[in-house]
Design a protein. Structure first.
Length: 557
């Protein structure tokens, strides 16, 4: 690695290797399977797998599945799909915290016998009352001084299922006066009669995340446990557990999580949006989930490049969504084929073009990549253009089609408006009549005359009908959680986050378009084929518009 690419995490790793603390690098990505991954997880995935790649090390995928009431196989499967789609491979290193339940239990018994853990009968409310405040220490549980034998007996009976949910917990005996709340005799096990998605009904007690996480890292030989900043205050507890048990000690390093403008990252709230039908599902293209970005038409390369650009920091900050969109446009500009589509059709009749004739014109698929070649675009007497590209009474500065004005049709001819046909009942424009100059095939006039506007179009005779979904931000404000006291974050939902256009027209080259094909509709933006498409019914999602405000900011710098 060049020195320019070394962030503070890699500086720590370099120092550990130089001092001989570790002789290798082994990381892991440890999601909880209680929801779908979002763009914030993508940063962690890229970081953990990227570090392993940079140091010729290894990276595990491990599911920290310690809460059976919130975890599902659906989430496990979706997480594996997302990690693979982003371009990473855990090879044969797929693990689950539930793989270690027997070992974790054995260690818990060891701590009980050593007087380092005890069974506590306090209720949840009593535990909170005993915990103290930021300025006052906590109070010992009245059950803290039970003998090791009594604790072991009760703990084994907890495992045997003798007690109801919530009636007892196993707590670590640390320090109720610690300024760190996580060290005030944290819960290690709770009683939970629930079926686990992997272990079934074998267990009715489950280890807490804090007790499980560090030991799982230890069992897998992880050298560097890369976590987000909210786990910084948990690190002393992780260290205490592995030191108390005398097992392999991974080094935990925290970094700032990814926060995006106009985006909600809370899995709890995202689940709420799904359950309440605010969005279509976890993969709704307005969702910040990885599967939502995938369905919308994002590429894994764009997301990886975005994560590389923002880097890693020690302080939380909010990244402008425009940067992610800039990375996407930069990627799609190189890879997306150009096609023509009309979203709000207006019929044009070219009166001097032969009826029944069809002209096959040459069009460039992508000027950024000559290897993508050319395609044929049919031209006919009747074509569709965008309604916004015509004004009967144009305002000053309007250079597109209007009575007496000449414009260029992309890849085709110069046309001039001669007449407007209206519905006699409503006065609405039904069609526009034009003439074309056959000498301008390809869009260039042999006499050198200039036109100020080029518009896109499709043949009315050959065009395919399509549904196009125009997506906008799900929220109207940069920080969706910023609401007046007593108000719900949903007041910031964008009522115009989805516009469905059912009667669009696209060129016939898209007849064989496949789900997830990414395209640039000329002058309109980047689009992809949605999974709702089927033979005879094309459905496209707008991935992102062509306008790139972030690129303009970059140029000014």
């Amino acid at each position: 690695m060049s020195s320019e690419s070394v962030d503070f995490i890699r500086e720590h790793i370099n120092a550990d290797l130089a001092k001989g603390r570790y002789d290798r690098v082994h990381t892991r990505f440890p999601p909880e399977p209680n929801g779908y991954l979002h763009i914030g997880h993508a940063k962690s995935i890229c970081l953990n797998f990227g570090i392993a790649r940079d140091y010729n090390g290894l990276c595990n995928l491990r599911f920290d599945d310690t809460n059976p009431t919130k975890e599902e196989v659906e989430y496990v499967d979706s997480i594996m799909e997302d990690v693979r789609w982003l371009g990473f491979d855990w090879e044969d290193r797929l693990f689950y915290a539930s793989d270690y339940f027997d070992q974790l239990y054995a260690w818990a018994e060891k701590m009980v016998l050593a007087g380092q853990a005890y069974v506590c009968d306090l209720t949840a409310d009593e535990v909170r009352e005993h915990r103290g405040t930021l300025t006052s220490p906590g109070r010992n549980s009245r059950f803290r001084d039970r003998s090791a034998d009594e604790n072991l007996d009760l703990f084994r009976r907890m495992r045997a299922g003798e007690f109801p949910d919530g009636s007892r917990t196993l707590r670590a005996k640390v320090d109720m006066a610690s300024p760190n709340f996580n060290m005030r005799d944290p819960v290690m096990y709770r009683i939970l009669h629930a079926t686990h998605h992997r272990t079934g009904d074998k267990w009715c007690i489950y280890p807490t995340y804090d007790y499980t996480h560090g030991q799982s890292d230890s069992l897998e030989g992880i050298t560097h446990s890369i976590c987000t900043l909210e786990f910084e205050n948990h690190r002393p507890l992780y260290d205490w557990y592995v030191k108390t048990l005398g097992i392999h000690h991974s080094r935990q390093i925290e970094f700032a999580r990814l926060n995006l403008t106009y985006t909600m990252m809370s899995k709890r709230r995202l689940l709420e949006l799904v359950k309440e039908g605010v969005v279509e599902g976890w993969d709704d293209p307005r969702m910040p989930t990885i599967c939502g970005f995938r369905r919308r038409g994002y590429t894994p390369e764009a997301i990886r490049n975005f994560c590389a650009k923002i880097g890693v920091a020690k302080v939380d900050s909010v990244i402008d969504l425009a940067l992610l969109e800039h990375c996407l446009r930069d990627d799609l500009n190189r890879r997306a084929a150009r096609v023509m589509a009309v979203l709000n059709p207006l019929k044009i009749v070219i009166t001097n073009y032969p009826e029944g004739s069809v002209d096959e014109l040459e069009a460039v698929n992508n000027p950024e990549d000559p290897a993508m070649g050319m395609r044929k675009v049919p031209f006919s007497r009747e074509i569709w253009i965008e309604q916004d590209d015509f004004k009967e009474d144009p305002p000053k500065g309007f250079y597109r089609l209007s009575p007496g004005k000449e414009v260029r049709l992309r890849w085709a001819y110069l046309i001039t408006c001669t007449n407007v046909v209206k519905d006699p009942a409503t006065g609405a424009i039904v069609e526009v009549h034009c003439t074309y100059d056959p000498a301008t095939r390809g869009g260039n006039a042999p006499d050198g005359r200039k036109v100020k506007s080029t518009i896109h179009w499709v043949s009315a005779a050959r065009a395919l009908q399509a549904e196009v979904r125009i997506y906008d931000n799900l929220f109207t404000v940069p920080d969706p959680s910023d609401v007046p006291q007593g108000q719900d974050y949903k007041i910031n939902l964008n009522p115009k986050s989805l516009e469905v256009l059912p009667c669009c027209r696209v060129e016939p080259s898209l007849a064989d378009a496949k789900v997830q094909d990414r395209l640039q509709f000329e002058r309109l933006g980047y689009f992809c084929v949605d999974r709702d498409s089927k033979p005879g019914k094309l459905v496209f999602n707008r991935t992102v518009s062509l306008r790139d405000s972030y690129a303009k900011v970059e140029k000014k710098k």
